[in-house]
Design a protein around this ligand. Sequence first.
Ligand code: NAD
Ligand code: ZN
Length: 368
Amino acid sequence: VIRCRAAVAWAPGKPLSVEQVEVAPPKAGEVRIKLVATGICRTDEHLLQGCFPKAEFPVIPGHEGAGIVESVGEGVTSMKPGDKVIPLCLSQCGECSFCRNPESNFCQKSHISEPQNLLPDKTSRFSCKGKQIHHFLWVSTFAEYTVVPEYAVAKIDPAAPLDKVCLFSCGFSTGYGAAINTAKVKPGSTCAVFGLGGVGLSVVMGCKAAGASRIIAVDINKDKFVKAKQLGATDCINPQDFKKPVQEVLTEMTGQGVDYSFEVVGHADTMVAFPQTASFASFNMSTGVCVMVGELDSGSEISIDPTLLLTGRTWKGTVLGGSWKMREDIPKLVSSYLEKKFNPDLLITHTLPFAKVNEGFDLLHAGK
Ligand code: NAD
Ligand code: ZN
């Protein structure tokens, strides 16, 4: 058993508390990882607010980390202590029908089809003050050590800087993949990206890499525009600067509406809220593709005018960037990063010591 620090969420709506926790050794088929860096994603905030489906407290949040294998359980063959790894919030067992489908990144053996706060054997490797603490998405990266099933861990290039590539565990891979894999953005096309957090800016990078000729970045926080432009946005607009709805502004800017639209905020009103439809109605009425990346609070519902789809538009969602095969493709993305094919370093706004994790959330709330 390892004793180390972890940020525990004891109840919804409360700040994290940094505690001494016990991390049990990995069981058969599991890997114990010493985490070196973690990012903060808005999804962690959904969890802390109690808006994440099936979440149980107390829990150790965090799902955007990178680290080094400390020890492996019986039967683990694909990695050994000392290997650099990224724990994955979506596993790849390689055998189920989803894993065998090239269009899907799901895995039937992932936590998505199971109660997601415990490991596959329905127990936890974390305890604190005599209480069992739940895992989050199996990975729980707000801890100095974590235990994850081998088939939810990707071994990466030993040259990778862990404080940078931790973003490949969620934010970057999600946004970049939403453009490349889910929308399949075509060269010369026009895109609109609603929400320019870490995920939305990664969508901008994906649209640019796919050869989009116009990328319109939309955010109510104009401080986000500098980076959006550096990463490939051609126009930046703040919906609050206009009297008319943003979809009308976009239609005027483009003539016929954008070809691809991405909702990366996680609000029902930016997703559909008719008749002020923002991201949905702003795209081309016959061939437009709208990708839902932002996460709505669990239990929310949205209604749409069906004629919006009847005319030929496509409305789809994506989890962690569509068709990546996580254990194979995340290491490839890391290698492309090392070859300088894209620069997600720009997504990093602040670097804080672990004990200041709540300050990280304050910065997220402040839009910084
Ligand atoms: P973030 O908070 O860093 O960024 C959200 C951005 O949206 C902010 O810049 C904010 O100013 C902007 N915004 C707020 N209201 C707006 C509005 N009405 N119009 C335009 N912009 C607006 O969040 P993030 O970490 O980048 O995550 C974005 C969303 O993606 C969250 O909902 C998160 O849960 C979700 N997410 C989904 C997946 C997935 O697999 N589908 C993965 C990661 C994150
Ligand atoms: Zn995330």
